[in-house]
Design a protein around this ligand. Structure first.
Ligand code: FES
Length: 158
């Protein structure tokens, strides 16, 4: 890990004025900001770790917890909820073997639920790696998970 973080710091000439881009690169490299990486940045740029944690919690793009390679967000806002989003949630949790808010141990998937993503007319909405998928059904969610590499049996067409 140190070699990779060192390379990122060097890319910015160890200039602490580039703290955010440096953290963005670390986030991109590991999919989150590992504590050891933050300690390394702190020592090599002479920036207090408290400042790094401040930035890490301020920007939504940063995560202090490991994130999966694929990020799935299911809308549980009212419109999506009444159209069956809780059933989709159960299905996704069962197939991924994790609960909403968790990341799979192989770091392939992070699944979370969110409130209204502003596309109510197309609900239920499942956002997969930033891409909106509307009118999600059990079958559609199965197809998406299959495409992402999960073994899923598709029973029906819709
Ligand atoms: S309630 Fe789901 S997009 Fe608005």
């Amino acid at each position: 890990m140190e070699t990779k973080v060192k390379a990122i710091i060097q890319k910015y000439d160890a200039d602490k004025g580039f703290l955010v881009p440096i953290l963005q690169d670390v986030q991109r490299e590991f999919n989150y900001l590992p504590r050891e990486a933050l300690d390394f940045v702190s020592v090599h740029l002479d920036v207090p770790t408290s400042r790094l944690y401040e930035l890490a919690t301020f920007y939504r793009a940063f995560s202090l917890d490991p994130r999966g390679k694929h990020e799935l967000s299911l809308c549980l806002g009212t419109a999506c909820h009444v159209r069956g989003a809780p059933l989709i949630q159960d299905n996704i949790e069962r197939i991924l073997g994790i609960k909403a808010g968790e990341t799979s141990s192989d770091l392939e998937f992070t699944f979370e639920t969110v409130n209204c993503v502003g596309a109510c007319a197309l609900g239920p909405i499942l956002v997969v790696d930033g891409e909106y998928n509307g009118n999600i059904s059990i079958t559609k969610s199965n197809k998406i998970l299959k495409k992402l590499g999960k073994k899923v049996k598709i029973d029906e067409e819709d």
